[in-house]
Design a protein around this ligand. Structure first.
Ligand code: 5GP
Length: 188
């Protein structure tokens, strides 16, 4: 998506460890027009897949997933990051390694909000090593629901997540794919 790529080129910053900071339009201050365009594009890509629920993980996926949900006219459910290891029996949970924080956490979703009749589109802001999406996939499998695909704003193509998921037969649609970064350049 050209508008997203232009914003990344103009305003994105490269931080050590291959972290792309896009706080001025995606992760802190939000460009409403970008969010609207992304929601519309995810709808165009997945409108024929019978999606009846959108899922993401807190926090930065929530805004994008919520805007996308308006186009699909379906509920959006976000997994919560759970601080303790004692998981209630009324929750589905998955252990995930956080790329940005370097630690493990449990993501949880109430059993009330995902069930086997659900056809789910996963949405997230970034795809790096794919661990967040694999955690959500595990929750979908525990519930017996169907994963229809993943809609990603920015995929970092120089990290293995995209290949890992696509090799499992999962449809992954990324609106911008960054091929490589150096200290001061970003290539698509
Ligand atoms: P993964 O699980 O694919 O390794 O990482 C995806 C998650 O880590 C996303 O939910 C996103 O919030 C965060 N993330 C990964 N890479 C970046 C990055 O370069 N910049 C930002 N802002 N977040 C990232």
């Amino acid at each position: 998506m050209k508008y997203l790529e232009d914003l990344i080129k103009e305003q994105g910053e490269i931080w050590p460890g291959g972290i792309v900071k896009v706080d001025s339009f995606l992760n802190h201050q939000i460009d409403w027009k970008l969010y609207q365009e992304m929601g519309k594009e995810f709808y165009r890509l997945f409108k024929d897949d019978g999606i009846n629920k959108i899922m993401t993980v807190e926090a930065s996926g929530i805004g994008i997933a919520c805007v996308a949900a308006q186009y699909f006219k379906v509920p959006m459910v976000f997994a919560k990051k759970y601080k303790t290891s004692n998981i209630d029996s009324d929750l589905y949970s998955a252990k995930v390694h956080s790329f940005t924080h370097g630690n493990d956490y449990n993501m949880v979703v109430s059993r009330k909000y995902v069930n086997k009749s659900d056809r789910i589109l996963l949405i997230d802001d970034f795809l790096a090593n794919g661990q967040a999406l694999l955690g959500l996939k595990s929750i979908i499998e525990q519930a017996g629901a169907t994963l229809c695909g993943c809609g990603i704003a920015i995929e970092k193509g120089f990290q293995p997540g995209g290949k890992l998921l696509r090799d499992q037969g999962i449809r992954v649609e990324s609106l911008a794919i960054i091929k490589s970064v150096t200290d001061d350049t970003i290539e698509f």
